[in-house]
Design a protein around this ligand. Structure first.
Ligand SMILES: [Zn+2]
Length: 575
């Protein structure tokens, strides 16, 4: 009787807990019986037992096995005393195991992001972002956090964004290009002071470059294991490339946070080291151009399935949990002869290389090095890596308590293995042997007092035009592959909006391309004083960059390789 009663009470409690999920706006969400914002680490251990990873006595993140095989639930704690602040779970919250249940209990989402394979339903006023599988409708990931007073995406903004699915690999006769690849070390040479915070080298820093030519046009995509370079530091590399006959150079920093600060953010401007990197980069482009050889290009692209509102235990978003960039692209270059020998790959993935973040005062490329090695070992040739819309704040999803170098290796190898899988799953040859470039110059008002102060101190450099920073958005089309070159760190949310409008058959957004204007944040999500806002140029960079991106992908921007516009201009000034 007593047991029965307890059972009934238990069932009623469970029903109450399940019903408790569909709370009114403002009430904290619950997960596996824990209330966000209230549960302590002790409460968690009492209910869920010892975690798979993490020490409940000290770590801010505890990782548990999910109820779905091979996947995990991550619980993050904040504040003093520590309380459960965020859950990123592969286990669906009670009563929200599928799209129909979610919409039935919570109503239509405030914001819906539909990708090819999965869809995010956002209820920020209830503290939830839920990812569902487009095919089955099943919940595959949940991010739970303290409810926000107002919807993150406000009324009046686009509340439903649809990014078209990645096209299936295609067949057909590949076009012929000329392709050359090269690399140069950019470790500070002995005796050269680059950044006094480093006392040793863990692994090499390199600049790597692929030069592609077709139809009389030559472009270069170069990537440096650099923390960040702005247009000021990239300028001499651009000049060097132009002198070598390169029509357009896309130079991107991989954004390693264990590389020297070259722009004067934390230390005075590293003039000598920057000049060295610039020389090495130009030498790298020159060698890549010398290596030009007849080649074909194949593109493999994949949308990785999320399994807990993150990309595996690899990439998560700690500004807006659950909003990550699941695309992975591999552009493969092989010789155009019958042998089809591998020349190399260009890999694009989106995540801050900051697992190490100057750990042990050691210089490192972070997870980028192990990723490139994994790809090279499997596919041959040299691997060049460029980053994506990683802003605010797509970062490595570390295993709590792990050895940092080993964990960095794990992340790099995981990304590399997915890149290899993507190639083995199929590729589309580039069939149009044409290269086109369009640029859209921008002047963005610099209103960030922190950056203004660093410039006044002479640490950060570069010209301003009447208080505005001159930058540009670029579009590079290599046949059916469209590359959008964004001069900073686009928030993924803006990335999805930009990608939805891109017009290539295959599309890629490269971040920190030819400039670094900091985080590029939606105006409607701009919160003065928040971390990401403190590093950007100002609140207008989001709308300005998005405007330019939209124009440029529609084609309404000057293609600098096209003929000059003359319509409407008088033949002679005053004539
Ligand atoms: Zn960053």
């Amino acid at each position: 009787m007593r047991t029965e009663l307890m059972l009934i009470v238990g069932v009623v409690c469970l029903m109450f807990m399940a019903a408790g999920v569909a709370t009114a706006a403002g009430e904290a969400p619950r997960f596996r019986g824990l209330t966000i914002g209230a549960a302590t680490r002790e409460d968690v251990v009492k209910l869920l037992g010892q975690p798979k990873y993490g020490d409940p006595a000290k770590d801010e993140k505890l990782v548990y096995d999910s109820t779905r095989a091979g996947q995990v639930d991550e619980l993050t704690f904040e504040g003093e005393p520590k309380r459960l602040a965020c859950v990123e779970a592969a286990t669906p919250p009670e009563g929200l195991a599928a799209r129909a249940e979610i919409v039935g209990r919570l109503g239509e989402p405030e914001y819906e992001l539909r990708l090819g394979r999965q869809t995010m339903l956002e209820y920020s006023q209830r503290g939830m972002r839920l990812w569902v599988d487009n095919k089955t409708g099943a919940t595959i990931g949940a991010a739970l956090f303290p409810p926000q007073e107002y919807p993150r995406v406000p009324v009046g903004e686009l509340r439903r964004v649809t990014v078209p699915p990645i096209p299936r690999p295609s067949k057909g006769e590949p076009a012929r290009f000329q392709v050359g690849i090269a690399s140069r070390l950019i470790l500070p040479p002995p005796g050269m002071q680059a950044d006094p915070r480093y006392t040793k080298v863990h692994d090499d820093l390199e600049v790597r470059c692929v030069v592609i030519a077709a139809g009389g046009k030559t472009v270069a995509i170069a990537a440096g294991d650099i923390f960040v370079f702005t247009a000021y530091e990239i300028g001499p590399i651009q000049e060097g490339a132009r002198a070598l006959g390169v029509d357009y150079l896309l130079f991107a920093s991989t954004h390693s946070h264990s590389a020297p600060d070259g722009i004067g953010l934390d230390i005075p401007h590293a003039d000598e080291y920057d000049a060295f990197v610039q020389r090495q980069a130009v030498a790298c482009i020159e060698e890549a151009k010398r290596n030009l050889t007849p080649a074909t290009i194949q593109v493999s692209q994949t949308e990785l399935m999320l399994d807990g509102a993150h990309v595996a235990l690899v990439a998560r978003n700690w500004r807006d949990p659950g909003i990550v960039w699941p695309y992975l692209t591999v552009v493969r270059f092989v010789t155009a002869d019958a042998k089809q020998q591998p020349l190399g790959t260009l890999v694009h993935f989106t995540c801050h290389p900051e697992r190490l973040a100057r750990y042990d005062n050691a210089i490192s490329s972070d997870w980028v090095g192990p990723m490139r090695k994994t790809v090279e070992a499997a596919l041959g040739g040299m691997c060049v890596f460029v980053n994506g819309p990683l802003g605010g704040m797509v970062s490595p999803d570390e295993i709590p308590g792990s050895e940092p170098f080993a964990d960095t290796q794990r992340i790099g190898e995981w990304i590399g293995a997915r890149a290899v899988e993507a190639v083995r799953a199929g590729a589309s040859p580039i069939k149009e042997g044409q290269i086109r470039v369009r640029l859209r110059p921008l002047l963005i008002p610099l209103v960030n007092e922190k950056i203004v102060a660093l410039r006044e101190k002479g640490w950060m450099k570069g010209p301003l035009v009447r208080g505005s920073q001159s930058t540009q958005v670029g579009r590079l089309d290599i046949g059916e592959l469209q590359v959008l070159a964004i001069p900073g760190e686009l928030l993924p949310d803006l990335g999805f909006r930009a990608r939805a409008k891109m017009t290539g058959r295959l599309n890629v957004i490269v971040g920190l391309a030819n400039d670094e204007i900091g985080y590029i944040i939606p105006a409607w999500d701009y919160h003065v004083g928040q971390y990401e806002e403190m590093t950007g140029v100002g609140p207008s960079s989001g709308p300005q960059v998005m405007d330019a991106a939209e124009e440029i992908v529609r084609g309404n921007a000057p293609g600098f390789m096209e003929k000059a516009r003359t319509g409407g201009r008088r033949a002679k000034p005053g004539g």
